[in-house]
Design a protein around this ligand. Structure first.
Ligand SMILES: [Zn+2]
Length: 103
């Protein structure tokens, strides 16, 4: 089963997102008017949600932004791995200390 991610006609006209009155979105999709807190997310959305309507310039921008997103995700994974490693080390060290005090 494939997922059709193209824009159905008359769909996504009213995005089910709400922007608080004291905030302004950084970017808005030109095709479905969905607001985004970051411009990068709007660029990703345009090509992924409206592949049939995205222009060549938007696709070029998508490639660059997609690389940035991938790099950020890699850094995030490194941070998570470091945090898990530190937590594991702290657990082992505290267990060694606890068992040495008990015995
Ligand atoms: Zn859109």
């Amino acid at each position: 089963m494939t997922t059709d991610r193209s824009t159905p006609p008359r769909a996504r006209v009213v995005p089910d997102t709400a922007v608080p009155p004291d905030e302004t979105p950084a970017a808005t999709c030109p095709y479905c008017e969905r607001p985004f807190a970051r411009e990068r997310h709007a660029v990703l959305h345009v090509v992924e949600a409206h592949p049939d309507r995205a222009t060549d310039a938007e696709r070029e921008r998508y490639e660059a932004v997609s690389d940035e997103e991938s790099d950020d995700l890699f850094v995030y994974h490194l941070k998570v791995m470091f945090a898990l490693g530190a937590l594991y080390a702290a657990f082992i060290i505290s267990a060694v200390i606890a068992f040495s005090l008990a015995g």
